[in-house]
Ligand binder design. Structure first.
Ligand code: GSH
Length: 209
């Protein structure tokens, strides 16, 4: 029995697919085109009423949405893949902390960058709104940058946190800014994208960038 992942390339579906690949899980990728706005069509709204990707259908049939919930679910399903540190460890608590931070404090602002018109009155200045959103994302990404001590976010090594953090380095940030301000996060993204199981997934989603 296999998982079905719904999403587009270059979207949050990357994080779910990278975790599936890292766990060696059987899955099928069902393309939902952002360009064609398919996430807002009835077929996909029946899967996720909020019209957002990724969505993951478990082998048992249940649908899970919200990228952080998907990553945690996959870590539970595949304990041998060690996608999370041991239960009740210090690192496990930190994993929850930073996963919640990225999901709650950074990811929602990506929607403002992508669709500023959703957040302002008609005729408003979308460019100005997008700029403010980008500034907030940069501030919050810098918080992640500062807490990286080793190659990965947690002292104990690679986890789903790294997959998630690496994904945010591909969105909304200018190349020059990234080089100067988030060298540790960029090195972390290189380490994630170079993992044997994730490398082909990264290539498909981000064309190797
Ligand atoms: N809370 C959701 C946010 C997902 C999200 O915003 N996904 C984007 C793609 S990266 C999306 O589907 N955007 C389409 C839209 O908002 O219309 C999660 O964590 O998975």
């Amino acid at each position: 029995m296999s998982f079905t992942l719904y999403g587009d390339l270059g979207s949050g579906a990357f994080s779910a697919e990278a975790a599936l690949a890292e766990a060696g899980a059987p899955y099928r990728f069902e393309l939902v085109s952002l360009e064609k706005n398919e996430q807002k069509q009835p077929a996909f709204l029946a899967i996720n009423p909020s019209g957002k990707m990724p969505a993951l259908r478990l082998p048992e049939g249940e649908i899970i949405t919200e990228s952080a919930a998907i990553l945690l679910t996959l870590a539970d399903h595949f304990p041998q893949a060690r996608l999370l540190p041991p239960q009740a460890s210090n690192d496990r608590a930190l994993a929850y902390r930073w996963l919640a931070f990225m999901a709650g404090e950074i990811y929602p602002i990506v929607e403002i960058v992508d669709y500023p018109e959703r957040f302002m009155p008609e005729g408003g200045d979308a460019g100005a709104m997008r700029k403010i959103a980008r500034d907030r994302i940069r501030e919050r990404i810098l918080i992640i940058e500062r807490m990286i001590k080793g190659p990965f976010l947690l002292a104990g090594g690679f986890s789903i946190l790294d997959i998630y953090a690496a994904m945010f380095t591909r969105w909304s940030l200018e190349p020059d800014w990234k080089l100067v301000h988030i060298p540790r996060l960029m090195a972390l993204a290189d380490a994630v994208s170079g993992r044997p199981a994730i490398a082909p997934v990264w290539q498909r989603h981000f064309n190797g960038n």
